[in-house]
Design a binder for this molecule. Structure first.
Ligand SMILES: C[S@@+](CC[C@H](N)C(=O)[O-])C[C@H]1O[C@@H](n2cnc3c(N)ncnc32)[C@H](O)[C@@H]1O
Length: 337
């Protein structure tokens, strides 16, 4: 049975996918996951047999989607990677490019040199093998960083990567922060390969701003699932992961939805664009999000028949022992014809 691999995406829905899927208004068809993030929902939809279109504005998420959602059979072998020879000159050139924003900012100099070589290797891989390798590079980059994100100040990174300090303070050495990229990639290779499967549908990945995607989309789907970055949550996805996109020169412009005062208007505008492209819109939110489900529901009612489903859920906060209980909510809109 294929299993969603270790991704570690902030704000992911991996613990809630069974509940989300059991509440999908129709049990087969085409679903667009418009803010796919770490692809936990896209992956569960694929497993359930839906045709999945999976979109996110970050390239780091697009590579996950290409590797896990669109890819149906290609796996990556150790020899695919390490039979590739990279010249010192190419490696040095890449290092010069990326060291400006990585050395002593996210990683030590010798680590950036290793990363440069791996990036050059990725360029020589074909199609889905390349995306699998890029997804593994992403995972290794995140694994080396305290708090699993790219916007932690260097002084703090250094401190938290000191295993004795970490042990004294948190009773955990977190030695994986100090492993090489290569050893972290090797540790996850099987896990990623085993997650690849074919659901006999033509699933597809996109790297677009959600508004642009909908405006340009000529087809129709059965469900559009939205899990946007809500205001006042851990929502700075560009800061958390954007450096990856920068390394590969794949940054795109996108609308910053999470700006507090604009969020509801933006979501309404986006919904309006979706109305003639789908039968249903399913929106994830919870009792801590702003706007509340009641506010959102009162607007969505204008576009068709709505239903709200709720469930209590405990989030384990990273690096903290305490848990946070939330009421998870799904707003389901059946679009008026
Ligand atoms: C809450 S996360 C989605 C988490 C996802 N459901 C999962 O399980 O991993 C929200 C996502 O929206 C993406 N995003 C933010 N603004 C966007 C925009 N304007 N267009 C497309 N994606 C956007 C972020 O990159 C982030 O991955």
């Amino acid at each position: 049975m294929p299993k969603y691999p270790k991704i570690n995406y902030i704000g992911n829905k991996s613990k809630l996918v069974d509940w989300i899927l059991s509440n999908m208004p129709i049990k087969k068809g085409v679903v667009l996951d418009l803010f796919a993030g770490g692809c936990s929902v896209s992956y569960a939809l694929k497993k359930q047999g839906y045709t999945v279109l999976s979109n996110d504005c970050l390239y780091s998420n697009y590579v996950l989607s290409k590797a896990l959602i669109e890819n149906s059979r290609e796996i990556l072998k150790v020899e695919d990677i390490f039979n590739i020879k990279i010249s010192q000159k190419d490696s040095d050139q890449e290092y010069m490019k990326i060291s400006k924003f990585l050395t002593n900012k996210l990683y030590y100099d010798f680590e950036v040199k290793e990363l440069a070589k791996l990036i050059k290797i990725s360029e020589k891989l074909d199609d889905y093998k390349k995306y699998l390798f890029l997804a593994l590079i992403r995972r290794a980059m995140i694994r080396k960083l305290p708090y699993s994100r790219m916007n932690v100040p260097w002084e703090q990174i250094k401190k938290l990567r000191d295993e004795d300090y970490s042990y004294n303070k948190y009773k955990r050495r977190r030695a994986y922060h100090n492993q090489s990229f290569e050893s972290l990639i090797m540790a996850d290779l099987q896990n990623y390969n085993e997650s690849i499967f074919d659901n006999n549908q033509k699933n597809k990945s996109f790297h677009k701003d959600s508004f642009d995607f909908i405006k340009q989309f000529k087809g129709r789907v059965d469900i559009i699932y939205m899990d946007p970055p809500y205001p006042k949550t851990m929502n700075k996805y560009g800061d958390f992961y954007g450096i990856y996109d920068k390394i590969f020169g794949k940054e795109i412009d996108y609308i910053n939805l999470s700006k507090n005062e604009m969020f509801l208007n933006n979501l309404i505008d986006l919904t309006k664009l979706c109305l003639n492209k789908t039968r249903y819109i399913v929106i994830s939110l919870n009792n801590k999000t702003n706007p509340s489900v009641e506010e959102l529901n009162s607007v969505m009612k204008n576009f068709g028949q709505t239903k709200v489903i709720q469930k209590s859920h405990q989030y384990k906060l990273t690096n903290k022992e305490n848990k946070n209980t939330t009421i998870e909510q799904l707003l389901i809109l059946k679009v008026k014809r």
